[in-house]
Design a protein around this ligand. Structure first.
Ligand SMILES: *C1O[C@H](CO)[C@@H](O)[C@H](O)[C@H]1NC(C)=O
Ligand SMILES: *[C@@H]1O[C@H](CO)[C@@H](O)[C@H](O)[C@H]1NC(C)=O
Length: 538
């Protein structure tokens, strides 16, 4: 039988993983990439291109390298734990080269439409119209993997900001923000305190005259650097923790987390205290933010009520004169190439496990990486792709439409209970839970019980150590011979880039010296006492 042809839309982290998974299962992938390079979101460009993701120059990944890596391709051990976008690009190039992905990518090729073929109900095939060099061409595919990401269409709710048309200064979305040069000596308001808002405000804070962050909701601030200087995700995202959390009541976990974060700085005193509890909404990474607030370079403000020509008036009635506004208001989903966009997706919530639209007669279209994990995206996209290619091949069956809808409804209810109402929280998943869920579909979830008997050392690291993706390559389809080794050496790879100056204590350790001194003191002090006792006995 001829290998099935699969269209992969986008050559970012999700697309690269998708191509690799297709090849692994003997499918024939063709990846269409709008730009002339791989990397998607992670490829920094000086000028943003409409319809593409765009990042600022200083963007660092918010998940650490061990948690971020593809499941069969660890980062080099000397790489820092949190990677600059240029380093992620290096890694992606190595990955693409290692698995021979480049020859499957057609660059400067924009997918215009993806449409069901007339015989879709029997063939499950799609017509894909691709524009290259200004010329459009239609291709037929047996399956579609949409890997175009969810950071391409900026969400800019100008209608919520009265008077913004009158404002004489510059305003822009964080999508257009590249570096702080334009803001030297300026007074700037950043709207929103998500990860981009906090990053942009902190960066501008170094050079601006004054930065304000305006936030309706407030937020919990957590940091990349966690206890003992270990990466946050490595410490918190363990199977042990996830098991403990299943038994503990939510309010206790919330209290534990909030106390911990407040111990660093009191969120109420710093103007950041949100109404929602820690687990109900995405926390913001802000390693630098507290320093900026305590030195006054960044001030936290409530919502902007209205803009005048030269100032912002906040909901508490205060007014500040300003030169620029940065809207860090996030992104919305956009798949302009999908013909009946609304029928296939009302919102991401209507996908079966965030991947398959349940209404399709044939499961030949999948969304990869259109999800908001509390944890790294690369391994999640990769896991989705591994599942999808098995479904495309017919090795895995999806439940009936009715059962899929029931599952979706159930998940929606759970989400509504757990999270505050916000578009992004609609597709938020706990990293370990979601990975395990898809891994179980595939039969690649590590079997801890049998490991405990056969390989206790490994079982221990899998349970207590960071839940890295190598775990999902120990067994089942796509098993990788290097997985065990990768798991047992992950802590070395975390420490290697930090221990660049090895500490060698000189002389006897001070603690030993301390005890020697103590003993001397005791002997010295007891001599007169012994003498006195002797005298009394005489
Ligand atoms: C997770 O486990 C680590 C040690 O493995 C511990 O330091 C941390 O407090 C735990 N966190 C939660 C939320 O249970
Ligand atoms: C990292 O940042 C992205 C973009 O703001 C966010 O969607 C994701 O949830 C963040 N990761 C974690 C672990 O919070």
């Amino acid at each position: 039988m001829k290998a099935k042809k699969i269209a992969v839309i986008g050559a970012g982290v999700s697309g690269l993983g998708a191509i690799k998974c297709c090849l692994e299962e003997g499918l024939e992938p063709v990846c269409f990439e709008q730009r002339n390079d791989i990397g998607g979101l992670w490829r920094y460009e000086e000028t943003p291109e409409s319809g593409c993701a765009s990042i600022y120059k200083s963007l660092f990944c918010n998940t650490s390298k061990e948690m971020t890596a593809f499941s069969d391709y660890p980062f080099p051990d000397h790489y820092p734990n949190y990677l600059h976008n240029s380093k992620i690009m290096e890694y992606l190039r190595m990955y693409a080269r290692h698995f021979g992905l480049m020859k499957h990518i057609q660059f400067l090729s924009k997918v215009c439409t993806v449409r069901k073929r007339l015989d879709f109900s029997t063939s499950g095939q799609w017509d894909v119209v691709v524009e290259t060099d200004g010329k459009q061409k239609t291709h037929v595919f047996d399956g579609i993997m949409i890997c175009s990401g969810h950071y391409t269409a900026k969400y800019l709710p100008l209608q919520d900001f009265a008077g913004i048309q009158k404002f004489k200064g510059r305003y822009l979305h964080s999508w257009e923000y590249k570096h702080a040069d334009d803001f030297v000596g300026k007074r700037v308001v950043v709207i929103g305190i998500g990860n981009s808002g906090a990053d942009v405000a902190s960066e501008i804070g170094h050079v601006a005259e004054q930065v304000f962050i305006s936030t309706k909701r407030g937020t919990w601030i957590w940091t990349r650097v966690w206890d003992n200087g270990n990466p946050m995700d490595v410490t918190l995202f363990t199977r042990y923790n996830s098991t403990v959390q299943k038994f503990w009541p939510t309010f206790l976990i919330n209290r534990w987390a909030e106390n911990k974060l407040n111990a660093r700085f009191n969120h109420a005193n710093y103007g950041l205290q949100p109404k929602h509890r820690f687990l109900s909404h995405q926390a913001t990474f802000g390693d630098d933010l507290a320093n900026h607030i305590i030195t006054g370079r960044v001030l936290i403000k409530p919502n902007v009520k209205e803009f005048t020509a030269t100032s912002a008036i906040f909901e508490d009635g205060t007014e500040e004169s300003i030169d620029a506004v940065v809207f860090a208001t996030g992104y919305k989903l956009s798949f302009p190439f999908l013909e009946d966009d609304s029928a296939i997706l009302d919102s991401q919530r209507s996908m079966f496990k965030f991947v398959f639209p349940p209404q399709l007669k044939k499961p030949t279209l999948a969304f990869i990486g259109i999800i908001q994990p509390i944890g790294a995206t690369i391994p999640i996209s990769e896991m989705q792709s591994r599942w999808v290619v098995r479904v495309f091949k017919g090795l895995k069956k999806l439940p009936s439409e009715h059962d899929m809808m029931a599952d979706i409804t159930r998940k929606r209810k759970q989400l509504a209970k757990t999270f505050v109402e916000s578009p992004r929280d609609a597709s938020r998943v706990q990293y370990i839970d979601y990975m395990d869920e898809i891994a179980s579909e595939l039969g690649v979830k590590p079997n801890l019980l049998s490991l405990l008997f056969w390989d206790a050392k490994l079982a221990k690291e899998i349970f207590y150590g960071p839940c890295t993706a190598y775990q999902y390559r120990l067994q089942g389809p796509g098993k990788w011979g290097g997985a065990r080794e990768a798991i047992l050496t992950q802590r070395n790879r975390i420490l290697k880039p930090l221990r660049t100056r090895v500490f060698t204590p000189s002389g006897p350790p001070s603690s030993r010296l301390f005890w020697v001194k103590c003993i001397c003191a005791v002997i010295f002090l007891s001599i007169p006492i012994l003498l006195i006792i002797q005298m009394i006995h005489h």
